[in-house]
Write a protein that binds this ligand. Structure first.
Ligand code: COA
Length: 173
């Protein structure tokens, strides 16, 4: 969609914008770590929850949006949004310079490489930036946290406290 006629007003208002996409079902301490690292590099970070019909989620879109908003009650530089359609089109439309993805281990690389190259093929003006997840979080994913919580495992510290409570509510533990 590299149409130079398109107006991208957000970039003028917010400075350098990055989009950090994912399913966030739910947001974890690993995701938070990536958002905080992104805020060092970018003026404004849009945490974008992508609609993924292939993934059955535990939390509704509204719950996921709210859980992320509750992580940043006073941080005006973080915006949380739902994204329907092509991520890279959304990023371009918002005036984002980059899509941020977190890398945890080598196993993430193949998929991330594919995604980044496809996104670049569609829209060359939006770069993908990979940030290393903090060492403490390289073993976690939303699925493994849900699995542990479902079976009564303690996930405190691996997710923000309010997310921990939401998981307890879901699984009644
Ligand atoms: N800490 C903890 N967990 C992390 C993590 C981190 N730093 N980084 C990734 N993960 C985990 C997530 O929790 C998730 O775990 P799960 O599979 O157990 O839920 C997993 O890694 C990867 O998921 P996520 O990062 O949420 O990405 P995704 O694969 O669900 O979605 C999108 C990837 C949203 C970027 C992609 O589907 C997309 O772009 N969709 C929009 C449509 C589109 O443009 N498609 C064309 C793409 S070329």
């Amino acid at each position: 969609m590299s149409d130079n006629q398109l107006v991208r007003p957000e970039a003028d208002v917010f400075g350098t914008i990055a989009v950090y996409p994912g399913s966030f079902d739910p947001i974890t301490s690993g995701h938070l770590d990536i958002i905080k690292r992104s805020l060092v590099l970018f003026d404004h970070v849009i945490v974008a929850i992508a609609k993924n019909p292939g993934k059955k989620t535990l939390f509704s879109m509204e719950e996921r949006l709210q859980m992320i908003r509750d992580c940043f009650p006073d941080e005006k530089r973080v915006e949380v949004a739902e994204v329907d359609g092509l991520l890279v089109d959304y990023a371009y439309m918002k005036g984002a310079k980059a899509i941020v993805r977190g890398l945890r281990a080598v196993s993430d690389f193949d998929y991330e490489f594919q995604l980044a190259l496809m996104n670049r093929r569609i829209e060359r003006e939006v770069e993908t930036v990979f940030l290393m997840t903090g060492f403490r979080w390289i073993f976690i994913s939303s699925s493994i946290i849900k699995d542990a919580a479902r079976h009564g495992g303690d996930v405190k510290g691996l997710v923000p406290d309010h997310v921990c409570n939401k998981l307890r509510e879901k699984f009644m533990v």
